[in-house]
Design a protein around this ligand. Structure first.
Ligand SMILES: *Cc1c(COP(=O)(O)O)cnc(C)c1O
Length: 380
């Protein structure tokens, strides 16, 4: 029996994961140069990158972009620590692991925190947020996750933003896995800050996050941060003054991100990227349903980012064996991390198109045959 092995142009497996993701050969190629942090060319790339990121939310008039070294969580922690004053009170909207992580960050910071929680397969309910805010006037900030990557569920960010605004509080958004692929227009949706990273839907390499903040808000944030390295206010002031980063910048990551942003523009920005990912997601869900798998979420709650499938009942299905067999064919998937059900996940984001999605489905079908799995339905 011949097993078809598919690899990326650089000989890597395709990453159908929540990140890091498959990047283009040109993006990887852009990392092959050294830059001094004071290098004129690098400073220009950095300035341009910050402007382009603000442009993605249409925030040119009121927002600034403050990049931060590290993975996405570093940027989330920087946002929470820098924008919420020590006497503030945070309401965290939780329907998955990333919301939980934000609540944990607030606990580390010793900030007064309230949590509103929904099951992982249900979206945040803006009506409940409204009632909670009305009942607790001490809450100053609300923090929401745009796409909860734990399941791939899309939260109703515009409805949440409306109630937060009407109640006169400030909204902070973790849009890590949505930014660049799901529209967020600062002129239509009121919020104070949004955070994302280089290595998700903008298809850069990992190593940098960024917070796009309302300038008027950031100007009031001196002295809030409990951390020196993660102080967004200080990072911003230094960058405005010197055009340089306070501490060693991830220069190759930024050079690669610049190339990834060129490709994002060439694809037609958010609309173009959304269209490709939505196509990937449809191919995936249709194909998996045909094989008998059951997605966790109904289609109307599903963001075209990552799809959660229920673990099949078939006794021949062992996730680790399935995972390894797919990896050997060139496709990397991801375990689930749900409390409501046994699941696994397959991503639709990164430099992937119809060919890779069909290829992954073919590899899955072959693997099921190899393992003797005949029933992919979920346990009742
Ligand atoms: C990926 C992601 C993060 C950041 O995770 P890191 O592993 O630190 O990059 C935060 N929030 C959401 C919703 C994410 O998808």
């Amino acid at each position: 029996m011949t097993t078809k092995i598919s690899l990326s142009p650089t000989g890597d497996p395709w990453l159908l994961t929540p990140g890091p993701l498959t990047t283009s050969p040109e993006t990887k190629q852009a990392m092959l140069n050294d830059f001094g942090s004071r290098d004129h060319g690098f400073i220009e790339i950095n300035r341009h990158m910050r402007e382009r990121l603000v442009g993605i939310i249409g925030g040119e008039a009121d927002f600034v972009c403050v990049p931060m070294q590290g993975s996405g969580t570093f940027a989330v922690e920087a946002m929470m620590g820098s924008l919420v004053p020590q006497d503030g009170k945070v309401l965290v909207l939780v329907n998955g692991a990333y919301g939980q992580r934000i609540a944990k960050i607030c606990a580390y910071h010793g900030r007064a925190t309230e949590i509103l929680e929904w099951p992982e397969n249900e979206p945040v309910d803006a009506g409940e947020v409204d009632r909670k805010l009305a009942a607790d006037p001490a809450i100053t900030h609300v923090v929401a996750v745009h796409c909860e990557t734990t399941t791939g569920i899309l939260n109703p960010i515009a409805a949440i933003a409306d109630v937060v605004k009407v109640q006169g509080r400030r909204l902070l958004i973790d849009a890590m896995s949505a930014f660049g692929a799901i529209d967020l227009d600062a002129n239509a949706v009121p919020f104070d800050a949004v955070v994302a990273s280089s290595n998700k839907c903008l298809e850069g390499t990992p190593g940098m996050g960024y917070c796009i903040v309302r300038k008027e808000t950031l100007q009031q944030c001196q002295g809030n941060s409990p951390s020196l390295a993660l102080d967004l206010y200080d990072q911003w002031v230094a960058m405005e003054k010197t055009a340089q980063w306070r501490f060693t910048p991830p220069v190759q990551v930024i050079a690669a991100f610049n190339q990834a942003l060129n490709e994002f523009d060439a694809e037609g920005g958010v609309a173009g990227r959304h269209a490709r990912y939505a196509g990937n997601c449809k191919i995936l869900i249709d194909g998996m349903r045909e094989l008998g798998f059951v997605p966790l979420l109904p289609d109307d709650l599903q963001a075209p980012i990552i799809v959660t499938f229920l673990m099949p009942v078939d006794p021949n299905f062992h996730f680790q064996t399935f995972y390894d067999a797919l990896r050997d064919k060139g496709y990397v998937i991801y375990p689930g991390k749900l409390t409501v059900a046994e699941t696994f996940r397959i991503g639709c984001i990164g430099k992937l198109g119809p060919e890779q999605m069909h290829g992954a489905l073919e590899a899955i079908e072959t693997t099921l045959n190899e393992l003797g799995v005949t029933n992919c339905a979920a346990a009742a």
